[in-house]
Design a protein around this ligand. Structure first.
Ligand code: KIV
Length: 286
């Protein structure tokens, strides 16, 4: 777990993009976890996660859609704002949702809402070469950008949910895209579902951190989806590890609650408030 340096007041110093770049220089691995609401953000922050990603995986794990495509900018702003309210130290990055950054001007407007209304510190967008002018434009305006290459869920209907970069041409293209995003000013790049050795080779050629998901241990950082990591999704993908079975724990707690209500065991006096008998009598006109 990342041990936060203390600010002068004694409170942990908030994580900056500069910190992530210095982790890369020091070959120090770090973790990213998705979060979508205030309580998740507070828990992850307390646990020491340095970066919270308000991913548009929100669409599937919170809103129940099949893909990320229906997620709107309003959805992202609302959930990102909740995450920002819950954290004190972690850096918060929010996804630009599908079709909210089709032109550089649209990207500025969308990222502007996420930064000004929600208070996130950076945005993430999917895509390689074609997104380079947009990334450069955002960065020039002071908007930090995280790239996302490999399996890019917003293009799922075009590329299919499968490992990307398995042949010479697509592997070479991924490396070129990563270098181009770095040159355009991206501060980190998510590599999703690409072969481990390719991810490692790309990571070695970049000065910015790579953040892997289904891309093996050779990345500089890893990202996991909250629900997969904590056992809240019915079936997690192969690249996810369930570090707890909170879904089971929650179901047990809810079962116990239902049983206690049905048996008249909950609530007790300790969970209730009082009124003087004479006040009640007068109120009831007795
Ligand atoms: O939306 C998301 O959660 C993501 C991560 C899986 C990288 O983009």
């Amino acid at each position: 777990m990342y041990a936060a340096p203390k600010a002068q007041s004694g409170a942990p110093k908030p994580i900056s993009i500069g910190d992530l770049l210095s982790f890369k220089r020091q070959a120090r691995k770090f973790s990213v976890i998705t979060a979508y609401d205030v309580s998740a953000a507070a828990i992850a922050d307390r646990a020491g996660a340095p970066v919270l990603l308000v991913g548009d995986s929100l669409g599937m794990v919170v809103l129940g859609y099949e893909t990320t495509l229906p997620v709107t900018l309003d959805d992202m702003v609302r959930h990102s704002a909740a995450v920002v309210r819950g954290r004190t130290r972690a850096l918060v990055v929010a996804d630009l949702p599908f079709l909210s950054y089709s032109t550089p001007d649209m990207a500025v407007a969308s990222a502007g809402r996420l930064m000004q209304e929600a208070g996130v510190q950076a945005v993430k967008l999917e895509g390689g070469g074609v997104m380079v002018p947009t990334v450069r434009h955002l960065v020039q305006l002071g908007i930090p950008v995280m790239g996302h290459l490999g399996y890019t869920p917003q293009s799922t209907h075009q590329i299919g949910l499968k490992v990307q970069g398995k042949d010479i041409e697509t592997a070479r293209q991924l490396l070129q895209d990563a270098l181009a995003l770095e040159a355009a000013g991206a501060f980190a790049i998510v590599l999703e579902l690409i072969p481990a050795l390719l991810a490692e080779a790309i990571s070695k050629r970049l000065t910015i951190p790579t953040i892997g998901i289904g891309a093996g241990p050779g990345c500089d950082a890893q990202v996991q989806v909250w629900h997969d990591l904590l056992g809240l999704s019915p079936h997690a993908p192969r690249h996810a590890k369930r570090f707890a079975e909170l879904g089971e724990l929650m179901a047990d707690a809810i079962r116990a609650y239902c049983e206690e209500v049905e048996a008249g065991v909950f609530p007790t006096e300790a969970n209730s408030s009082r009124i003087h008998a004479d006040v009640l009598e007068s109120a009831l006109g007795e």
